[in-house]
Design a protein around this ligand. Structure first.
Ligand code: AMO
Length: 455
């Protein structure tokens, strides 16, 4: 059977030479009288007998196609009666001004071509029709992503990453790509995925940490990487997934850790400001008013954060990690006390930070490190790194590691390492906080968690 036979059997037509002339978002009163060709999916169908309404969805939104029996050919009217949700169609017709339609215009078709059909849908693509739980949505994620408001999340995410990258490029950073199959843990051993690597044992990278630092020792001044990392978090929480996108940068020749924080706050402001414009339609669709954070972001020491939490009734010591309940409290305390949702927490104790973190020059027992919290949730971790070989080896020993296992990382520090620092930002965490999304799984296209490795 040749492919024409397959088309005939499926009862559809090839797209052929017909070319789309416009996207849905372009259809407005200014095009009245113009013939347009649209391609997309059947989003909604309303059959009122002698008049049918087809809401066509494409990658830029929705457009109304109005099909009055009196004004279209018999063939067009007949085909419109056969359409079903999510059929793929070509519509060619004239734009007509229509005050009753939100966009101010509709299309009256001269031709409708069915390019592909769709079976009965397991979930609705029209938002709000039925409330379905997240798990069912994720089982049918490809259909779920077709919903304009779900799709919008990833257009906004794209914009944030695009402008953050743009900022770094303007500031002399180059994009690097480092191995994701690695020999040792960078962030401690607890949440490592082991991989069978021929005759050896290897791991999936938890972070590009060692390699991004080494690239500064290799002479690259400023580097960044945006790539998946893997964490074998055992618990299913609303803010942890097992594979996420880590946005990392690393910069040499810093005077202190504040140089890294300054770079991040400027980068985020640039990304937020430009996203507010570039993704205005998507933000509006989600009903989100993007607050552009003011510079400089508030800075507060970890010891002070522990005091604040203890004042609210927690019983924490300086070497305790802030638990989810503590983070929730901070989400209330910070805006109330400092009038801002972006807060750097600095000077974490040595016990809470990885071996590569520079001990503090000013605060005994603390580190030159920070987290950035946004609406109470940690979205970034960063620090000045140890660039002095002997100190680095000592810190690895204190943390209980055998320096010999890390010689690929440690040895280059013998040969003249520049002072440096950097950070890792969780792209999904940033997205979820910006859009007030409850569960991180909604801020990643295809989440991986303890129970899910498909789709
Ligand atoms: P850290 O382990 O704190 O630091 O991770 C950095 C940022 O990554 C995000 N994140 C996660 N997002 C989703 N699911 C997870 N399981 C998860 N774990 C972490 C958070 C967090 O702030 N090498 C250091 C960074 C550095 O110092 O450069 C690191 O990986 O947003």
């Amino acid at each position: 059977m040749n492919s024409m036979d397959f088309y005939a059997k499926a009862g559809v037509e090839p797209l052929g030479k017909d070319k789309r002339t416009h996207f849905s978002s372009e259809i407005g009163p200014s095009l009245a009288g113009i013939e347009v060709t649209l391609l997309g999916w059947v989003h909604i169908l309303r059959d009122k007998g002698r008049i049918k309404f087809l809401i066509l969805r494409d990658e830029h939104g929705l457009v109304q196609v109005t099909i009055p029996e009196k004004k279209v050919t018999g063939e067009v009217f007949a085909i419109s009666g056969e359409l079903k949700p999510e059929y793929v169609v070509l519509v060619c017709g004239d734009v007509v001004e229509a005050k009753q339609v939100a966009t101010g215009a509709e299309v009256i078709p001269k031709k409708i071509k069915v390019i592909n059909t769709a079976e009965r849908l397991p979930i609705d693509v029209v938002e709000g029709k039925v409330d379905i739980d997240l798990d069912t949505r994720l089982n049918h994620r490809i259909l779920d992503l077709r919903k304009p408001a779900v799709n919008a999340i990833f257009r906004i995410q794209h914009s944030l990453v695009r402008f953050a990258r743009d900022f770094l490029e303007r500031n002399g950073f180059i994009e690097i790509h480092t191995p994701k199959i690695v020999a040792e843990a960078t962030e401690g051993g607890a949440n490592l995925f082991e991989v069978k690597y021929f005759e050896k044992k290897a791991y999936l990278a938890q972070s590009p940490q060692f390699y991004k630092q080494l690239m500064l020792l290799a002479g690259f001044g400023r580097v960044f990487e945006i790539a998946p990392v893997f964490r074998a978090e055992k618990h299913n929480t609303r803010r942890h997934i097992n594979e996420y996108t880590s946005f990392d940068f690393e910069m040499a020749w810093i005077g202190d850790v504040d140089d890294v924080m300054k770079m991040e706050e400027k980068m985020l402001r640039h990304a937020f400001k430009n996203t507010a414009q570039a993704a205005a339609a998507e933000l509006e669709l989600l009903g989100v008013k993007l607050e552009i954070p003011k510079l400089p972001f508030k800075r507060i020491k970890y010891a002070k954060v522990i005091d604040l939490l203890n004042q609210e009734g927690k019983e924490m010591s300086i070497t305790d990690d802030v638990d989810p309940e503590g983070e929730r409290l901070l989400g209330e305390i910070f805006p109330r006390k400092f009038g801002t949702e972006m807060v750097f927490i600095t000077h974490y104790p040595l016990e809470l930070r990885p071996a590569y973190t520079m001990p503090s020059l000013t605060d005994e027992g603390m580190t030159e490190s920070f987290d950035l919290t946004y609406k109470g949730m940690e979205i970034t971790t960063g620090s000045q790194r140890i660039h002095l070989y002997d100190l680095l080896v000592e810190r690895f020993r204190v943390k209980g590691f055998n320096p010999a296992d890390f010689s690929f990382y440690l040895d280059p520090f013998k040969f003249g390492a520049p002072p440096h620092g950097g950070l890792g930002l969780g792209v999904e965490r940033l997205t979820m906080q910006l859009l007030d999304i409850e569960n991180i799984r909604e801020a990643i296209l295809l989440p991986r968690d303890r129970d899910r490795i498909t789709p």
